[in-house]
Design a protein around this ligand. Structure first.
Ligand SMILES: NC(=O)c1ccc[n+]([C@@H]2O[C@H](COP(=O)([O-])OP(=O)(O)OC[C@H]3O[C@@H](n4cnc5c(N)ncnc54)[C@H](O)[C@@H]3O)[C@@H](O)[C@H]2O)c1
Length: 434
């Protein structure tokens, strides 16, 4: 298969222009101007080994697969307050003011569009910059009109939507979500179980625009939108960017398990003071996040296969809204482990991280890889992008792969597969023959 090259501009469409989105976009502008490096981005800095270890073929990923160039990205976004991206960058306070001032011209030109918003789904926020419509279908049509206008104005030839909006309250799949037909009827009848994030996703998928969900909200994890993605030949990925504490979990837990060490308990707590922290202070929004964060260890440790080691492990995750810290989250983990003959030990982690600094390169990679997937003719759930998510989307009959290193191998092998290169199994016996 030959993947057509990226030609022209790629539109990045973002519902939810908060800390993550603004840090991502300003960061791309900063890289374009040579004011910073895209650290944390595999598409920009990562390499990929091809062939045998003796061949010394290790190109940069961006030189190996035909990705869009950073220079060709164009941005648009929706939010609930009428602001420019410059205002948002100053308000969220992630990037230094001096950097924001240097980028003032492009940041001030990006004014957010009015949102599809319903405070029932995100209870801690209020905003007046919102769309009005008789039905949820009208709202979806308005989002599609916004996108068409953007494509025409900016002349983008490809587009990707990435949901960076607030985490919505905990929802489970209902009858209205079960098929595209019931979902579209629900949009026309204002079904209360259709959330704003689902409306944006529906609009994107209808237009054949790849969609990624950066939050744990249900959004596209429903049969109706999967059906739509498949019928319009559109790639889909989610859920919940894997950034701070959960990234650490999916690095450490596979190692502890690989050495057959036991775990009695894993207690994780966080303090966080940004708008995301405020939204997650609502127990119903936290529930959505909690489910996403808790699932990881169960799948990695497989207590059913290793009952002596993990049957009784206790896992607790807390997020505490603490305004003084802003976007600079502190996450503590206490891990009670046991070794030979059951002797107990402890591991403590104190991760002073910057949430949006960790999330921004993930947004960039997802945009570029989803655009690649679309050109490669891939559609539906892109499991090879699990690497970037806390709750990777999979087909219902599959369990998600959470181990970061398995996810990495899957991602790189998918790239090799797309480019017709031999997959790397790490067997390596052939080096020792003769
Ligand atoms: N930063 C991280 O490390 C990380 C990791 C995983 C997931 N997330 C998730 O990513 C999302 C963004 O994080 P953030 O730190 O930028 O949060 P944020 O609160 O700064 O930004 C979210 C924005 O979404 C807006 N919004 C809410 N509902 C909307 C709607 N219906 N339409 C348009 N805009 C809407 C809010 O007004 C806000 O500006 C959050 O849901 C967060 O839980 C972040």
């Amino acid at each position: 298969m030959t993947i057509p090259p990226s030609q022209g501009k790629v539109g990045v469409l973002i519902p939810g222009m908060g800390a993550v989105a603004s840090t991502f976009i300003a960061g791309v502008y900063a890289v374009q101007k040579g004011l910073g490096q895209p650290i944390g981005s595999m598409t920009q800095m990562g390499t990929i080994r091809l062939g045998k270890r003796t061949e010394n073929r290790v190109p940069l990923i961006k030189d190996f697969v035909p990705l869009a160039d950073l220079e060709n990205l164009e941005f648009m976004g929706w939010d609930i307050n009428r602001e420019t991206l410059y205002d948002i960058c100053l308000r969220v306070g992630v990037l230094e003011r001096s950097l924001v001032e240097e980028l003032k011209t492009p940041l001030s030109q990006l004014e957010v569009l009015p949102a599809v918003f319903d405070p029932r789904f995100v209870r801690r926020l209020e905003g007046s910059w919102v769309k009005k419509g008789e039905t949820k279908m009208d709202l979806a049509e308005q989002v599609m009109d916004d996108i068409r206008r953007f494509i025409e104005d900016r002349g983008t030839t490809a587009n990707v939507m990435i949901w960076c909006g607030s985490t919505e309250i905990y929802l489970t799949e209902k009858a209205v979500h079960r098929s595209l037909e019931t979902f579209e009827t629900g949009l026309r009848n204002n079904d209360p179980d259709i959330s704003p994030s689902m409306i944006y996703a529906y609009a994107a998928l209808r237009l054949g625009i790849p969609f990624a969900n950066g939050t744990p909200s249900l959004t596209t994890d429903i049969p109706a939108l999967l059906e739509l993605a498949n019928s319009t030949g559109t790639p889909l990925a989610g859920k919940d960017f894997k950034t701070g504490q959960t990234l650490m979990k999916t690095i450490l837990a596979p190692g502890i398990k690989a050495r057959q060490l036991g775990i009695n308990g894993w207690f994780s707590t966080n303090i966080l003071g940004n708008r995301d922290g405020e939204v997650l202070d609502d127990p119903d929004a936290f529930k959505t996040k909690e489910v996403s964060k808790l699932g990881v260890l169960d799948y990695i440790l497989q207590p059913d296969l290793y009952p002596e080691l993990y049957r009784d492990f206790y896992h607790k995750v807390r997020i505490n809204y603490y305004p003084p810290r802003g976007d600079n989250k502190e996450g503590w983990d206490n891990i009670d482990i046991f070794g030979w003959l059951g002797y107990p030990m402890q591991i403590k982690i104190d991760f002073l991280c910057r949430d949006s600094i960790l999330a921004a390169p993930i947004v960039l990679d997802l945009v570029l890889f989803l655009d690649l997937a679309k050109r490669a003719g891939m559609k539906g759930i892109q499991e090879w992008l699990s690497f970037y998510f806390k709750s990777p989307m999979t087909l219902p009959e599959l369990y998600p792969e959470h181990d970061l290193f398995v996810q990495l191998a899957k991602l790189k092998n998918t790239l090799r597969h797309l480019m017709g290169e031999t997959l790397i199994t790490h067997l390596g016996l052939d080096y020792y023959e003769d």
